[in-house]
Design a protein around this ligand. Sequence first.
Ligand code: ACO
Length: 328
Amino acid sequence: MQLYPVGIIGTGKYVPERVITNHDLEQMVDTNDEWIVTRTGIKERRMAAPDQATSDLAYHASVKALAAAGITAEELDLIIVATITPDMFFPSTACLLQDKLGAKKAAAFDLSAACSGFIYGLSTASSMIATGMYKHVLVVGAECLSRITDYTDRNTCILFGDGAGAVVLGQVPEGRGFKAFELGADGSGGELLNVRGGGSRMPSSEQSLADRSHFIYMAGSEVFKFAVRIMGGAAEEALRKADMDKSEIDLLVPHQANIRIIQSALNRLNLSEEKCMINLDRYGNVSAGSIPIALAEAVEQGRVKEGDRLVLVGFGGGLTWGAAVVVW
Ligand code: ACO
């Protein structure tokens, strides 16, 4: 089996125009800007317009990623959309996106690993290109979390936002590209973070609506403890597999859930904030969208140069986690 080096050859992001500030949330639940900023670092987040769904956000991010990669949609062999807020149960959001883009030759499927979904998608796509099965794969992390957020629950509604990030993966010169992935799951923690209603165990009903079980449930402090443990741990494991030391990291692109979780990962990796991409203050937690949005923004801001060593790392519902080491 021939193995080709695989890397990211284009990035793009899209966030909806509407901004929801902490002061807006003060009008909805018993909270305040000071609490939200000190406990999470989040100041505002975006919310999709009523006529926008996840595939629409994914489309705008993908158009930019394709332009940055210098390829057309017809040249895509596969589209993977990581999301927990698909437009509908089926067809997949990836199929809807394939049609919008006119990517006629591309296979398409969705991938569900909550906030770790984008890293799971990168590792899947990268193996397919490395073996020569495909040449160009579009990997998107896109969410309309506002559609499953309970705006009467102050424990969760302050955290989440909508948006999409996309990357095109393809062959890169020797020495560049992905060096290692670390993926993991602990299904015993599924009770800590979920949307229980609307699936095959608890189909949508008047009762499921009354119970508000079609919204995100989260045991915040349990998830927080898990996240603090796993973010640094997953990054370290991916670095070990890549035979790299944490001192070699040029930029950490972490899942944007909570500034205190990011700071604990930075402490464990002995990194300063300058070596970390942080944009949760403006977008909140966009689940599978967080890492690709942060990556695309780092590229836009000129924070990523050829040869830089990046670590992408996330955690989320499942429970799941994932980290990737990539040389730009
Ligand atoms: N405004 C004001 N007070 C609040 C709010 C709020 N929005 N939310 C909770 N409080 C109160 C609580 O009721 C509690 O009051 P009490 O002591 O009187 O009971 C107090 O503040 C402290 O609550 P904690 O939950 O202990 O606060 P904590 O410091 O743990 O912060 C938070 C809560 C921000 C949710 C934190 O636990 C967290 O970030 N958890 C991880 C979240 C996360 O990363 N989720 C990933 C999900 S991604 C995915 O897969 C979709």
